[in-house]
Design a protein around this ligand. Sequence first.
Ligand SMILES: Nc1nc2c(ncn2[C@@H]2O[C@H](COP(=O)(O)OP(=O)(O)O)[C@@H](O)[C@H]2O)c(=O)[nH]1
Ligand SMILES: [Mg+2]
Length: 263
Amino acid sequence: MTEADREPTPRVGLAAGRGVWVVVPTYNERENLARVTEAILDALPECNVLVVDDHSPDGTGALADTMAAANPRIEVLHRSRKEGLGIAYRDGFRRVLDKPGTIAVVQMDADLSHDPADLPRLVAPLMRDADLVLGTRWMPGGGTRGWPLHRRIVSRGGTVFARVVLLLPYRDLTGGYKAWRHELLEAIRLREADAQGYGFQIETTWWAHRRGASIREIPIIFREREAGRSKMRGAIVIEAVGLVLRLRWHAIVRSIGGSRGDR
Ligand SMILES: Nc1nc2c(ncn2[C@@H]2O[C@H](COP(=O)(O)OP(=O)(O)O)[C@@H](O)[C@H]2O)c(=O)[nH]1
Ligand SMILES: [Mg+2]
């Protein structure tokens, strides 16, 4: 190994975050927001961050505005009320896809459960052949820390259920740490659906797969939040189960009808 090999290689282009928008939905994440955005900009110094806040009662939106005023890489999308993660993401994605120069879009939670230090690994496959990269807990090298058993069962069980019903080969379908090439996100044309949490994550991967996208998985460790509270509800799980069954049903109907109208 020469001296030059030991030098850390300066990252350029996408690897440094150029053309990357990281979309972070927030609802009552005041205690986490500054830490997470700082860590994101450490990991990908040239990326931009869009905070999508649903009028959080704890003032997360106002804090995000203060941060955006101090740093041109941070932008805020204020939504007037809480309508669930799916709709917040859809609005956020539209905003960043309309920007000139967007090459990739990353989605991640604000509560530091998704480690911003994983960002370079998450976007790296986009520089090769990947259209979508899934941060995956249920593969060698991945996992969860501090998550109670019932959360692990719901998340893993949801993945197994969706895999079997939708015949998808991926090992984590309920996760929300993903990196997209902008062409793919445009192509799946986020519908006016209203799926929340898990349902939204499953649905977007399903449409990407149906489009023939190249989808890669990288292992991630998901750490339970230290501050703030989860917005996860039983209703979100029930909605996701219904959504998976509906997606399968529509696919069957389309294949019987020989429809070419798939998105
Ligand atoms: N804008 C917006 N963000 C949300 C909403 N629900 C959850 N989030 C955010 O989505 C991320 C994941 O939510 P969280 O409650 O931590 O889910 P969990 O990790 O599955 O327990 C966090 O950044 C939340 O603040 C919502 O209705 N609107
Ligand atoms: Mg969380």
